[in-house]
Design a binder for this molecule. Structure first.
Ligand SMILES: [Zn+2]
Length: 537
């Protein structure tokens, strides 16, 4: 069966199996390690969420193909130096004084945690916890300072020239011959970005440095010293750091953004020099904002996770992230309803499927992993789309969830079976309507040509006894056609009159949902509003 699983997380999982074959499973019973990295120079964002989510999906796929135990580690680079003062953060003057220090040694600008990175790490954890990811948090500074990385640091010192020979040809810096993978944390001023290695002493595991590099206008203190490379006295530059982490922790899988493809290749070369094996992994495209620019954590542009969750469900966001992983995607509000409806369709298909392979291969398998594992029913049975709810809220012009429920029950008596999902959708539809639709509504009464058709439809509705969406659709269509109105114009005019917008749902479905007599009353209300001058037209 496993060869029939073609969803991308399985393809990744097979790469891991090959990787494990390559390293000859020397790890024995050691769990297969999935790593995801976080840079705590800013708050976690949609890119952080998607990297962890995608890695967790690959981990799940792996567990379907293999019995080996797995671990997911979220690794925070909190030994990195602060390179610039982030925008939109309190106490920028204080932060400016600490430029170049490891993030873990800088006070928290928010005054809540013991350090800058302590604050970001806490945010990361509560962020990941809120999505119920099953992960272990690992801090870089703890690995360095507790000695976990000592083995790797000493190994880099042993292979010093080989490691330098990988990186130096890629540098444009005129001082590149002086370049060292090591950066000492100055014992005098505490900065890591201002020091320069002057000599290494592999025989006793030490190096000498001088703190003389001006960094972003900040003067260096001039301190000179010789220190052990172990126990957090020095850190290594990040491409080497990445390789060392793979080597020491034995990382088997890690994905990374497209901009890091070259770096990943260099880190792979380095981990081999150290005596390790690069993990399996893939690159992904970054999300773009509405202008096509990469969403940046320091500038805070683009749609945020919080914003998405205001107007769309978590599952719809996960669906958006799951699909087309290799393509750059723009994130803006219009993507939310479409993504939500596509996900509802996937849920319905999943619920109806009897084929175990098809179910394992479905995105739903990954997005609803926790519910599926808990034996919960994740199907979505009714045929009510998020767009329909948005349209209904639109025409009901309400902020009352119960009123929407009344209408949905009229449409389909079994909707209560899907109450969990529908409640989620209704709440978000009410917000979406209030924040985006309401401010842009422009009702308009049709011109006289179209009004002839409206009157015909009105007469039909006044005498119609049933409530069949197909009959209602054909009567609506007929009212336009009988009166020689171009259909594009006819439907657009109807939408502008009823909904205040140029597009809308299939009118038969809409009337069925909203109610025949209610639609009749709405048409009369619009005509009355036009006559009293409330409506442009
Ligand atoms: Zn210094």
């Amino acid at each position: 069966m496993s060869e029939e699983l073609t969803a991308w997380p399985y393809q990744e999982a097979r790469e891991i199996l090959e990787h494990l074959d390559r390293i000859d499973s020397e790890k024995g019973d050691k769990p297969v390690l999935f790593e995801t990295g976080f840079g705590p120079s800013g708050l976690p964002h949609i890119g952080t969420f998607s990297e962890v989510a995608r890695t967790a999906w690959v981990q799940r796929a792996f567990s379907k193909l293999s019995d080996r135990p797995t671990r997911l580690v979220a690794f925070s680079d909190d030994m990195d130096g602060l390179r610039k003062v982030p925008q939109n953060m309190p106490n920028p003057d204080m932060l400016a004084k600490h430029l170049g220090k490891p993030l873990c040694d800088i006070p928290d600008p928010y005054g809540e945690e013991e350090s800058f990175s302590g604050y970001m790490n806490a945010k990361l954890r509560s962020f990941l916890d809120s999505f119920e990811f099953d992960y272990e948090f690992v801090s870089s500074q703890e690995q360095y300072r507790s000695g976990v990385f000592n083995k790797g640091l000493l190994r880099i010192l042993e292979c010093y020239d080989e490691v330098r020979n990988v990186i130096i040809p890629t540098l444009r810096n005129p001082n590149r011959d002086e370049w060292s993978p090591f950066f000492a944390v100055c014992e005098n001023c505490g900065k890591v970005n201002n020091t320069r290695v002057t000599d290494v002493h592999p025989e006793d595991g030490t190096l000498s440095y001088v703190c003389d590099q001006s960094f972003r206008g900040a003067d260096a203190c001039g301190h000179e010293s010789t220190v052990a490379v172990t126990d957090g006295n020095v850190k290594v530059g990040w491409k080497v750091d990445w390789a060392m982490r793979w080597y020491v922790l034995g990382v088997d899988y890690e994905m990374y953004g497209k901009d890091l493809i070259d770096s990943a290749e260099l880190s792979s070369e380095i981990v081999k020099i150290l005596g390790g094996e690069p993990p399996a992994g893939m690159f992904y495209e970054h999300f773009l904002d509405e202008n096509g620019a990469k969403i940046s954590k320091s500038k805070g542009t683009g749609l945020t996770i919080d914003e998405w969750l205001q107007y769309g469900t978590l599952e719809s966001l996960a669906w958006y992230i799951y699909r087309k992983r290799g393509k750059a995607k723009r994130l803006f509000f219009e993507t939310i309803p479409r993504s939500t409806d596509q996900y509802l369709e996937a849920l319905t298909k999943f619920g109806r499927s009897e084929d175990e392979t098809e179910k394992l291969d479905s995105p739903v398998q990954f997005i609803e992993a926790d519910r599926i594992d808990a034996g919960e029913d994740v199907s979505y049975q009714c045929e009510i789309s998020y767009s329909m709810i948005l349209n209904l809220v639109n025409v009901l012009n309400t902020d009352d969830r119960e009123i929407v429920w009344d209408y949905l029950r009229r449409y389909d008596e079994s909707v209560d079976n899907d109450a969990r999902i529908l409640n989620d959708l209704i709440d978000r539809a009410l917000r979406y309507y209030r924040d985006f639709v309401l401010p842009t509504k422009e009702f308009e009464l049709p011109d006289e040509e179209v009004m002839v058709g409206v009157r015909q439809l009105r007469e039909f509705l006044a005498s119609y006894q049933g409530n069949d969406p197909e009959q209602l659709q054909s009567a609506t269509y007929q009212a336009g056609k009988d009166n020689g109105i171009k259909l594009g114009k006819w439907f657009k005019s109807m939408y502008r009159m009823l909904l205040g917008q140029d597009q809308g749902p299939r009118l038969g479905t809409f009337i069925h949902l909203y109610g025949v007599s209610e639609t009749l009353a709405l048409i009369d209300e619009r005509i009355a509003q036009a006559e009293s001058g409330e409506l442009d037209g």
